[in-house]
Design a protein around this ligand. Structure first.
Ligand SMILES: Nc1ncnc2c1ncn2[C@@H]1O[C@H](COP(=O)(O)OP(=O)(O)O)[C@@H](O)[C@H]1O
Ligand SMILES: [Mg+2]
Length: 340
């Protein structure tokens, strides 16, 4: 459910890895001109094959930029109440204050963040202790217990050591921890990856419960289109550091416009289908050595001449559906794009 109130927006966001490979400079254009506008109370999905820049985009949104990653251009603006906050204009201590209380980040493999030698309740207590003041030990544990219980997880896990829980339960406890201070925006990077299907369902259910109870905005990154179909309200498809399609998730699955999105959807297994899935040959391009023109053109089954030369801009068609493809009418050049 969305209220159409923007909570996060970016303008021409560019973040590159600048590497020195035996004296030769190599530039990996992991996030290359991304414009986002994310609404309050929505679950916004970001999809795309491995290596297309999803994790780097989340890092740039969370201001987790450290060498070799660099912010090259653009802005990341959060709206808090009636205030606009440009995260890259804040001091370090101001960013620290924003994190966990206003924006929370669940990194890939979050299940392994826990200290193995302390019980989970101590991790929860330490976390609360560093963010809120004036509570006794007992009160903090009560807050942790109530939070865990509300999210439908067994409260006895608080008395366990991390290794006593299954990977799936540890992952859920890590996600619940990120939601403890009721942040307005939660970033989750591949939270279901490496879990089996039944356990994945539990993680999806937990994210839904958090959003239901806390009414926050969740930005969910996964390469798994099945998960997106299940949980996200709107969906962005990323390819080679750019958003190449964006629409309501239902609309994307019903009417995918970009040949790459069509490929991602067609490669999903279908009920009762035992045959081999259609696949687009090849792999995503190296982000240090992008082809001229549309970055998808070497793999595109609907290629024409213009695609080899010019980069299409992400443009709106009807009902908020955006696509960057020369097949659509009104395609403009992407003026922000940097050719290699
Ligand atoms: N620390 C790093 N140093 C250099 N290149 C990196 C680093 N991390 C990621 N990359 C490169 O940046 C590109 C985008 O990676 P990433 O954001 O992790 O994509 P995704 O999350 O979609 O798999 C890839 O080409 C990857 O090899
Ligand atoms: Mg990733």
């Amino acid at each position: 459910m969305t209220t159409n109130k923007t909570v996060l927006r970016t303008q021409n966001l560019k973040s590159y890895y600048i590497l020195d490979v035996y004296g030769t400079k190599k530039v990996v254009k992991a996030v290359d001109g991304v414009d986002l506008e994310i609404q309050e109370n929505e679950i916004y999905g970001i999809a795309g094959e491995s290596g297309c820049g999803k994790t780097t985009l989340l890092k740039a949104l969370y201001a987790l930029i450290k060498p070799p990653l660099r912010l090259m251009d653009g802005r990341v603006v959060y709206t808090r109440g009636d205030q606009d906050i440009d995260i890259y204009s804040l001091r370090k201590d101001e960013i620290r204050k924003l994190r966990w209380e206003y924006i929370a980040y669940i990194p890939q493999g979050a299940m392994s963040i826990f200290n193995p030698v302390i019980k989970l309740k101590e991790t929860y207590r330490d976390f609360l202790d560093s963010h809120i003041s004036g509570k006794t030990e007992k009160e903090m544990l009560a807050i942790a217990r109530e939070h865990i219980d509300k999210l439908g997880l067994p409260t006895k896990i608080l008395d366990a050591y991390p290794h006593q829980l299954s990977g799936g339960m540890r992952q859920r406890v890590a996600i619940a921890l990120a939601a403890l201070l009721k942040p307005n925006v939660i970033f989750a990077d591949e939270p279901t990856t490496a879990l089996d299907v039944v356990v994945q369902r539990g993680v999806v259910q937990l994210l839904k419960s958090i959003q239901n109870l806390q009414r926050n905005t969740i930005i969910l990154v996964t390469h798994d289109m099945g998960i997106h179909a299940n949980i996200t309200d709107r969906l962005a498809i990323m390819y080679a550091g750019k958003i190449i399609e964006e629409a309501a998730t239902r609309e994307i699955f019903k009417n995918p416009l970009h040949p790459y999105t069509q490929y991602l959807i067609n490669s999903l297994p279908k009920f009762g289908d035992t045959g081999k899935r259609a696949s687009t040959p090849g792999n995503p391009p190296s982000l240090a050595n992008l082809p001229e023109g549309c970055p998808f053109h070497p793999r595109c089954p609907q290629l024409s001449e213009i695609c080899k030369e010019r980069i299409p801009k992400l443009t709106s068609t009807d009902n908020g559906h955006k696509v960057a493809c020369w097949l659509m009418n009104g395609g403009e050049d992407d003026k922000n794009a940097t050719s290699s």
